[in-house]
Design a protein around this ligand. Structure first.
Ligand code: BGC
Length: 377
């Protein structure tokens, strides 16, 4: 089976190429769904446009396959497209979906603040819009948001970092470094704020020291979620701040791809691996967590998120103005698509994963459970 081996060590282009090839890891069918897609007008079925970002982490790769299955199960026509070329490509894809007469758009944005024109056109055409995983901003033309609780993800990461440091012992204060995701992804600040919600009090009381002094989101963000950028920054931090045998005791990483890049930079400098967090339960990181090489990851099971997004899309297409989504909490205050414009958000609950609870958390995920069992041997 292909895995996400050593993705952190690869350059950006190679990393993306490997990400794409990982499509085949869980499912033999790698055709893009837009190819040969029949439009709803031809079949009489509800037609949904699914516009996804670059495959910057394994969850997006898995989402493609699950969207295909869920759309087939719900008997709807889905046009799924990924915008590997960037924002302009995504804008064009959404415009084409509107032209094609979709009834609902499900959008995982590259930069959620840059789709205002397309969303206004969707609204004018009577199309409902759902933001998937990443919020859409700079617009009031958004009907729903569906995602895992992003602030909650960050809080779990912050808590895991503290738990890991506690378990490892060592003299306090603990030196740490913090990383955040791509600044154009609205999730990144939420993850970071959630983590700092837990970590900042410990910085304030002197338990933790961010030794480089780089603690602002703008200083610690990782453009494009690219592992190379995180790896380079970690290597630079080691040179500037951790000379000789010194090494941070812990590193806050917003996801697994970047976590493995950070670990790789530290290993390449010949230093011992600190407590490093992550997110996404990527195959490689599941193994690393169980082996103790990465301290934690987060499980945001893509299966219910996609299924719920499709159910929500179908409900909206059928004119249901008050849909209920099983397993998700409706939040009407936390997210705003524009100042003063709260968005109805269905939020699912993320789970923290460490070596101790991995088998239990993945008990209903055959592939991840197998990875855990293999790594435990
Ligand atoms: C998703 C994360 C993912 C990241 C990079 C975020 O918007 O919520 O799960 O790790 O994008 O792809």
């Amino acid at each position: 089976m292909k895995t996400w081996k050593n993705i952190a060590a690869l350059g950006a282009a190679a990393a993306l190429a490997l990400t794409m090839s990982a499509c085949g890891a869980r499912n033999a069918d790698t055709a893009t769904s837009s190819e040969g897609a029949t439009s709803g007008a031809m079949t009489g079925k509800v037609s949904i446009g699914i516009a996804m970002p670059q495959k910057t982490s394994q969850n997006w790769v898995e989402a493609e396959e699950i969207f295909k299955t869920s759309c087939a199960e719900a008997s709807v026509d889905c046009q799924i497209q990924f915008a590997n070329g960037g924002v302009a490509e995504q804008q064009n894809q959404i415009s084409a979906m509107i032209e094609n007469g979709v009834k609902v758009l499900v959008i995982g944005a590259i930069d959620g603040s840059q789709l205002g024109t397309q969303l206004a056109a969707a609204k004018a055409a009577g199309i409902k819009v759902i933001a998937y995983d990443r919020l859409l901003t700079n617009t009031t033309d958004l009907d729903y948001y569906i995602a895992y609780d992003n602030f909650g993800v960050g809080q779990l990461q912050g808590k895991a970092l503290l738990d890991g440091l506690e378990a490892k012992g060592g003299n306090k204060p603990w030196n740490i470094e913090v990383f955040a995701g791509s600044p154009d992804d609205s999730n990144s600040l939420k993850f970071f704020n959630g983590a700092m919600d837990v970590l900042q009090p410990k910085v304030d009381d002197g338990t933790l020291v961010i030794k480089s002094g780089q603690s602002d989101f703008t200083q610690v963000a990782t453009q494009g979620w690219l592992p190379k950028n995180a790896q380079d920054r970690m290597a630079a931090l080691l040179t500037s701040t951790y000379q000789g045998d010194a090494v941070p005791a812990g590193v806050l990483s917003p996801n697994d791809t970047l976590g493995r890049a950070i670990i790789t930079a530290i290993e390449q400098a010949g230093k011992s691996i600190p407590v490093v967090t992550g997110q996404d339960s990527e195959d490689e990181s599941v193994t690393w967590v169980v082996q103790g090489r990465q301290y934690s990851t987060i499980f945001k099971d893509t299966r219910p998120l996609v299924k719920d997004a499709v159910s929500l899309a179908v409900a909206l297409a059928q004119g249901n103005d008050n849909p209920k989504i099983e397993g998700a909490t409706l939040d009407q205050t936390q997210y705003e698509s524009k100042k003063g414009n709260p968005v109805k958000s269905f939020l699912l609950t993320p789970k923290i994963v460490t070596a101790e609870n991995a088998a239990d958390v993945y008990k209903n995920d055959e592939i991840r459970l197998k990875l855990v069992e293999k790594a435990q041997k």
